[in-house]
Design a protein around this ligand. Structure first.
Ligand SMILES: Nc1ncnc2c1ncn2[C@@H]1O[C@H](COP(=O)(O)OP(=O)(O)O)[C@@H](O)[C@H]1O
Ligand SMILES: Nc1ccn([C@H]2C[C@H](O)[C@@H](COP(=O)(O)OP(=O)(O)O)O2)c(=O)n1
Length: 416
């Protein structure tokens, strides 16, 4: 039977992005029917709260989500566990938010949440409060905060378990929230950021100086892709020396000084920045490939694969199915002749990461700590199409990997 909300209509479903690889899903029921609620996410004797914001490709909403995320890491929320929460349903657009587990209960956390929401301006997100009923059943109360410290109960419904949906709830929105398939789509996101990120204007200026629809020259263009520390820099440099090629990288040098700024922004903005970087590199490739072979260290496949793997929580099986639109190359972006994907075992990759001993970014640390993340990036690379990535086992010695790569280039691109 379809999930019924208090109004009797098909209601929203929720998926908690727990620390495990499975989503814990629940829905709401007006009556006493329904399978037992997934109590596992409410710590006894504690309490649970939820907050959600629309996940549409809107810069203000992306920033609101980010702000909530940052605030929930601080102060009174220190004792709580904060998990990702997705709210989806037949009629509603996806919302993204947080499930806040307070192991002690007590009024402080709820007060702090109210205060946080009241500080957000005119239309703060609704506050979900989960409480046990007399027979141990679980209820969700949905509150709207009103002026002068008041609040209004919009809905009280029973929480009942739901099946994990066949498609991860974040998949349908990926093409709007994280994976850009045209210059215009990425450009419009960065354009909305100029008032609060001064560097956005400089990025747009550089993009607008590039010729539109860059065409490749007669020399081959080879892209080297792979997870961090799989040997891309090592391979691109030696291929370069062997072929007398020009070495380019995405994001290009002209915008890389702003990378840190955009890396600190929400996914939507961050991915739009990297997407624009690819269009700038495309114009560099177009020019260079009229004079010599070109080797590119990361390009669109990196942008897409990392975006997909970050947005889709949980296990590798949650990724969009093969041939999904997110794996297709953007029509307005210059295509390389050959894309090689370097792969090594997880153990070897950790050895190389440690051997290099560089300071780690947040994402790199996650990459090491959470072995599902690199698996999802690599699987996404492998599902890319038109052009697809050709996999190269990069675990042998530097010399042997170079030999294999040069062999594949010669085979695919002819004599150079
Ligand atoms: N084939 C190889 N065998 C052993 N170590 C390698 C090999 N290729 C690269 N390395 C080392 O692994 C580390 C990561 O390589 P690097 O080229 O910087 O990777 P990436 O550019 O993909 O992050 C470096 O310390 C590098 O010297
Ligand atoms: N063309 C590119 C290059 C990198 N990115 C993003 C994807 C990841 O979030 C990081 C990975 O970059 P990282 O610093 O690990 O790259 P290197 O391994 O140092 O080449 O940057 C991208 O989106 N598009």
């Amino acid at each position: 039977a379809p999930p019924a909300g208090a109004s009797g209509q098909a209601g929203p479903c929720f998926a908690v992005e727990g620390p495990g690889s499975d989503l814990v899903c629940f829905t709401l029921s007006a009556g006493a029917s329904g399978r037992p609620e997934p109590r596992c996410f409410v710590p006894a004797p504690g309490r649970c709260y939820s907050l959600c914001v629309p996940a549409a490709s809107s810069v203000p909403m992306a920033r609101l989500h980010r702000r909530l995320q940052q605030r929930l890491r601080q102060g009174p929320f220190g004792r709580c566990r904060v998990l990702g929460l997705l709210c989806y349903g037949a009629q509603a657009a996806l919302e993204k938010g947080f499930l806040i587990q307070d192991p002690q209960g007590g009024p402080e956390t709820e007060r702090a949440l109210e205060e946080l929401l009241r500080g957000l301006g005119e239309l703060p997100p609704l506050l979900g409060v989960y409480e046990a009923g007399e027979r141990g059943e679980l209820w969700q109360c949905l509150w709207a905060l009103r002026g002068a410290g008041g609040r209004e109960l919009l809905r009280r419904a029973r929480v009942v378990a739901a099946e994990e949906p066949p498609l991860h709830p974040a998949v349908p929105g990926l093409s709007h929230a994280a994976v850009f398939h045209s210059l215009e789509a990425a450009r419009s996101v960065v354009e909305q950021c100029t008032s609060f990120i001064p560097e956005a204007t400089a990025v747009l200026d550089l993009v607008d100086k590039c010729p539109k629809q860059s065409k490749k020259g007669e020399f081959p263009v080879i892209v080297i892709e792979g997870l961090d520390a799989t040997g891309k820099t090592t391979v691109t440099q030696s291929v370069n020396d062997s072929l007398n090629a020009l070495l380019l990288r995405s994001p290009p040098a002209c915008i890389s000084q702003w990378r840190k700024t955009f890396d600190d922004e929400p996914t939507l903005i961050r991915r739009a920045f990297y997407a624009l970087g690819n269009y700038i590199v495309a114009s560099e490739i177009a020019k260079a490939s009229t004079e010599s072979p070109v080797v590119v260290d990361r390009y669109w496949h990196s942008t897409a694969a990392y975006a997909i793997a970050t947005e889709i929580s949980g296990k590798v099986q949650n990724l969009p199915p093969a041939h999904h639109e997110v794996y297709q190359w953007p029509e307005d972006l210059l295509k390389p002749d050959l894309v090689l994907l370097l792969t090594v075992s997880p153990e070897e990759r950790i050895r190389r990461l440690q051997g290099r001993g560089l300071e780690k970014t947040e994402e790199e640390t996650e990459l090491e700590a959470n072995s599902l993340f690199p698996q999802k990036v690599e699987e996404s690379y492998k599902r890319m199409e038109n052009p697809r990535c050709q996999e190269v086992d990069a675990s042998p010695s530097r010399e042997e990997v170079l030999r294999t790569v040069l062999y594949l280039i010669k085979k695919h691109c002819g004599s150079l």
